[in-house]
Ligand binder design. Structure first.
Ligand SMILES: Cc1cc2nc3c(=O)[nH]c(=O)nc-3n(C[C@H](O)[C@H](O)[C@H](O)COP(=O)(O)OP(=O)(O)OC[C@H]3O[C@@H](n4cnc5c(N)ncnc54)[C@H](O)[C@@H]3O)c2cc1C
Length: 349
C-alpha cells in the first residue's frame, strides 16, 4: 500500500481520499482554503442527471448514482424542458439526447404554473435528482478520516518534487504518489510538478437567487430548463435559483457573477415565465473546468510515473464523483478498466 498525497479538497479530492483510504492506502489531503469545497464544489446546481455529459461521463454517472443513493443524499426533483417556437430545433435535440418525454402544455403548467405563452413545447425527465452536496462532501471527508486519512485545510501546496515531496504550509511531506485534484488549478499544479499541462479550461457559470416567483410554494417544482441549456432555474431552500448557464472562459480564480451576463440570462428566463424578476437576493459564480474533449482526466501521467490526474470534472463533478474515484483507485493499482483509455491523460500526449 502506498502513501498518497491528494491535492484539492473539493468533491474530487475528497471522494478520491475516501476511495483510496478504503483501498488501504495512507492518504493525506491538502486543501489551500480554510474550508473544504470552497470553490466549484460549494457553488453547483446540485443535480444528478444520468443523461448529462458525453458517453464517458455517462458511464461515470451510472456508477455514481447507486453510491449517492446509498449515502442517502439524493431526492426526487425531475427536469421540465421548455421552448418557444424559435427553439424547436434545440428542444428536439434535448428530447433525443437527454431523455425528455414530450408533455402537453397544460401538464407542464400543472407542474410549474408560471410558464408564459411563449412556451410552445415542453418535455419532462422525471428521473433527475437533487443532490445534497454538503452531505456528499462531509460524507466523503468522514469516510476518508475513518480509514485513517489526514485532511489539512489552509494547506496550499507550493512545491512538488518528483520522487515525491510535497511542500505545503512550510512543511515537507514525503509520499509515493500524488493525485492532482486541484479543479480549475489542476494544470498549474501539474506545472509545479514539472508535468506538461493538459489544456484544462475553466468556464464561469453564474447563479442568481430570487424569492419564490409570485409567492408560490416552489418546493415540489421540477428544475426548469431552457432548451439548449440557454438558462435554467430550480427550487433552492424555499427560494428559486436561476442561471444564465453561460460558459465564459476565465483563468482559475475565486469566481464571481458578471452583472451583465446575469441580467441577460435572467431576461432569457423571464421571457418564458409570467412572473417578472423583481429582486435578486444574492448571486454567485463557480468554475466548470473541462478537458478539450469534455471527458474527465483520470490516470497516471505517462511522462511522470506516480503523478495521477483527477481533473476536468466540468459540470458533472458530483454526479461522477464515486465513479471517478473508483477509476482512480484502479489506475493507482495499475489495473486497466474498460474506461481507462478514454479517461487517461495519455490521450493528450
Ligand atoms: C454553477 C455550477 C453548477 C454546477 N452544477 C452541477 C450539478 O448540478 N451537478 C454536478 O454533478 N456538478 C455540477 N457542477 C460541477 C461541479 O461543481 C464541479 O465539477 C466539481 O465541484 C469540481 O470539483 P473539484 O473537486 O474538481 O473542484 P473544486 O471544488 O474547485 O476543488 C478543487 C480544490 O483544489 C484546491 N486547490 C487548488 N490548488 C491548490 C493547491 N496548490 N494546494 C492545495 N489546494 C489547492 C482549491 O482550493 C479547491 O478547493 C456545477 C458547477 C458550477 C460552477
Amino acid at each position: 500500500m502506498s502513501r498518497i498525497a491528494v491535492i484539492g479538497g473539493g468533491v474530487a479530492g475528497l471522494s478520491a481520499a475516501a476511495a483510496l483510504a478504503e483501498a488501504g492506502h495512507q492518504v493525506v489531503v491538502f486543501e489551500a482554503e480554510a474550508q473544504l469545497g470552497y470553490h466549484a464544489s460549494g457553488r453547483s446546481a446540485a443535480m444528478f442527471d444520468e443523461h448529462y455529459g458525453n458517453e464517458t461521463v455517462r458511464a461515470l454517472n451510472r456508477f455514481t448514482g447507486p453510491v449517492l443513493d446509498t449515502m442517502g443524499v439524493l431526492s426526487p426533483r425531475g427536469i421540465l424542458a421548455v421552448a418557444g417556437a424559435e427553439d424547436i430545433a434545440l428542444f428536439k435535440a434535448d428530447v433525443e439526447g437527454m431523455g425528455f418525454e414530450p408533455v402537453a402544455l397544460d401538464e407542464a403548467r400543472a407542474l410549474i404554473p408560471i410558464l408564459s405563452d411563449r412556451v410552445q413545447f415542453a418535455g419532462l425527465y422525471r428521473g433527475a435528482m437533487d443532490i445534497d452536496t454538503d452531505a456528499v462532501l462531509q460524507g466523503f471527508a468522514r469516510a476518508a478520516r475513518e480509514k485513517g486519512a489526514r485532511v489539512f485545510t489552509d494547506a496550499r501546496v507550493t512545491g512538488i518534487r518528483a520522487g515525491w515531496t510535497i511542500v505545503a504550509d512550510g512543511a515537507e511531506h514525503e509520499v509515493d504518489m500524488v493525485v492532482n485534484a486541484a479543479g480549475a488549478w489542476a494544470d498549474r499544479v501539474a506545472v509545479m510538478a514539472d508535468v506538461a499541462p493538459i489544456g484544462l479550461q475553466p468556464y464561469r457559470r453564474s447563479m442568481a437567487r430570487l424569492p419564490a416567483p409570485g409567492g408560490h410554494d416552489v418546493r415540489a417544482w421540477p428544475m426548469l430548463f431552457g432548451a439548449g441549456e440557454q438558462w435554467y432555474a430550480k427550487p433552492d431552500a424555499g427560494g428559486w435559483i436561476v442561471s444564465p448557464a453561460e460558459e465564459d472562459a476565465v483563468d482559475p480564480m475565486d469566481a464571481w457573477a458578471d452583472d451583465m451576463v446575469l441580467a441577460e440570462g435572467l431576461a432569457r428566463y423571464e421571457a418564458h415565465v409570467t412572473e417578472p424578476v423583481t429582486r435578486v437576493e444574492t448571486n454567485w459564480a463557480g468554475l466548470r473546468t473541462f478537458a478539450p474533449d469534455r471527458a474527465l482526466v483520470i490516470g497516471e501521467e505517462p511522462t511522470s510515473p506516480g503523478f495521477f490526474w483527477l481533473a476536468g470534472q466540468g459540470g458533472y463533478g458530483f454526479q461522477t464523483s464515486a465513479g471517478a474515484a473508483a477509476q482512480l483507485v484502479e489506475a493507482v493499482a495499475a489495473r486497466p478498466t474498460a474506461l481507462a483509455k478514454a479517461l487517461s491523460p495519455a490521450r493528450f500526449r
